[in-house]
Design a protein around this ligand. Structure first.
Ligand code: MNH
Length: 454
């Protein structure tokens, strides 16, 4: 472990700490986020959990989260599973260390790809991919929501970012890229949370599969780059790959790391956000009705919406905001002290020491979110947003290392959600209770809907 954990003597911890092992009762490597939520719920805004000789400090309160957002005192830290992702993403944007020069270089090269005018240019291709989802869903029947949202978002980042189609909707099973990605994310999560000793015992099989998955991901990336080099820059518009290849500022290895980073970061979390939104919509008919009124008013008779029409769907956007409040699909991020400081006027942190912001708890802090378990998109109406303190809603992270793809994700997801709501009635399986799988990110498990054309 790189940086030592902060002084935890004054920080609450779970009651049933087992000698030597630590806070392992009622926990699983499959569900570290949900286990920590359960353990932390009654411990207050800051608490620790110990695993063998390793202690992690969690932040679950809005006030401390706002304090950690102070960029003068704190910065991103690569912790646990995210640090494990260096094996996959290297010095790509998501996994770069703050002090690696390639972070700033790549950030500056790629920023133009995430402006409002870039989104306008991506819009037609995003519409095309949503129309492929529609082509599938028009057949009706029972659909696996998380799987089809993954098809949608992988296809979108592949084509829009890199001009590379994955043919997601022409396959009966997920693209092998998705399988390799899920395998490697799950492995990274386990390695990040488990005891180093167990990691060795887990044995060679798991490690070898991991290596094979990572090698396959790299193979896909090389194919994506090769296809572009062969075809030359895309004719009609500039995409992420053109920007990187044309800049000359990034070395070959770094470009590969960025491509893999964007293929993963650019679809996995958006897919989960759409799936959670559809889950809550299927349980809240009055929200569906209100959204349809807005969609009809904004789109009128248009078959597919124009760019501006999507930006006017304020209520549909709030549905996504609220889904990401309850289940932020990137459920946490770590912050380290830039110099010796005291957190919350009580907890000393030395330079380099860090804490993990656990967003599903922060987003349920009752001092900021009344009746926190209730799904209510109106929490994101402008007057309610203004009435809240700043830095308490952080699904896209914070500061200069916050998500570069936020506008991309929100445009894509708003467009897709509105298209689906306008076109289909969504009937849930009455027996389904929300279950969540964790692979560093969160998504609903086993969630199906029965689809009917309206
Ligand atoms: Mn995204 C960073 C959440 C969609 C590309 N993203 C982050 C962080 C969070 C996050 C949180 C900060 C992590 C940290 O501090 O350690 N991202 C999301 C969510 C969605 C999302 C919840 C969708 C919903 N992200 C996207 C999309 C793309 C993308 C879409 C690309 C097209 N995200 C990134 C990249 C970074 C990032 C790249 C790293 C940025 C940086 O450090 O410079």
């Amino acid at each position: 472990m790189a940086a030592p954990v902060m002084d935890t003597s004054a920080i609450p911890r779970p009651r049933w700490r087992v000698p030597l092992l630590g806070d392992v009762i009622g926990t699983s490597l499959r569900t570290p986020v949900q286990d920590t939520m359960r353990q932390g719920r009654d411990l207050g805004p800051i608490f620790t959990r110990r695993f063998l000789d390793r202690e992690i400090v969690f932040i679950g309160g809005a006030g401390l989260t706002a304090e950690l957002a102070d960029e003068k005192r704190f910065a991103k830290h690569l912790a646990l599973g995210v640090e494990e992702l260096r094996v996959i993403g290297g010095d790509g944007l998501f996994t770069a260390y703050n002090e690696e020069p390639n972070w700033k270089t790549a950030h500056d090269v790629l920023m133009p790809a995430f402006t409002q005018s870039a989104m306008r240019a991506y819009h037609p291709a995003m519409v095309d991919v949503v129309q492929e989802l529609v082509g599938k869903w028009d057949r009706g029947g029972v659909v696996d929501v998380s799987a089809d949202m993954t098809n949608l978002t992988l296809e979108t980042i592949g084509r829009v970012g890199f001009g590379y189609p994955f043919d997601s909707f022409r396959r009966s099973e997920a693209h092998p890229f998705v399988r390799a990605m899920i395998g490697s994310l799950r492995h990274a999560q386990r390695k990040g949370f488990q005891f180093p000793l167990v990691a060795r015992l887990f044995g060679r099989g798991a490690e070898e599969r991991y290596r094979a998955d990572v090698a396959y991901l790299a193979e896909v990336v090389d194919e994506v780059i090769r296809a572009r080099v062969a075809s030359g820059p895309s004719a009609d518009r500039i995409d992420l790959l053109d920007l990187m290849l044309a800049s000359g500022a990034l070395d070959e290895v770094n470009v590969r790391n960025q491509v893999i980073t964007f293929l993963i970061a650019g679809h996995e979390t958006t897919s989960g956000a759409l799936s959670f939104a559809l889950y809550y919509l299927s349980r809240n008919p009055s929200v569906v009705e209100k959204a349809r009124e807005e969609i009809d008013a904004v789109w009128g008779g248009a078959e597919v919406p124009a760019f501006e029409q999507v930006t006017k769907l304020r209520y549909v956007r709030r549905i996504l905001d609220e889904a990401l409040r309850l289940w932020p699909t990137a459920p946490g991020y770590a912050r380290e002290a830039k110099a010796d400081t005291v957190l919350g006027e009580r907890y000393p942190m030395k330079a380099g020491q860090w804490a993990l912001v656990l967003l599903p708890l922060v987003h349920r802090d009752p001092s900021v979110w009344p009746d926190p378990e209730r799904f209510d998109p109106d929490r994101f109406a402008p007057d309610q947003v203004r009435a809240r303190p700043g830095h308490v809603y952080k699904p896209f992270g914070t500061g200069e290392r916050a998500c570069i793809g936020r506008q991309f994700a929100l445009h894509e997801a708003t467009l897709a959600l509105a298209t689906v709501l306008r076109r289909y009635n969504l009937t849930p399986d009455p027996g389904y209770r929300l279950q969540i799988t964790e692979m560093l990110t969160l998504k609903p498990a086993g969630f199906t809907l029965t689809i009917h054309r309206r």
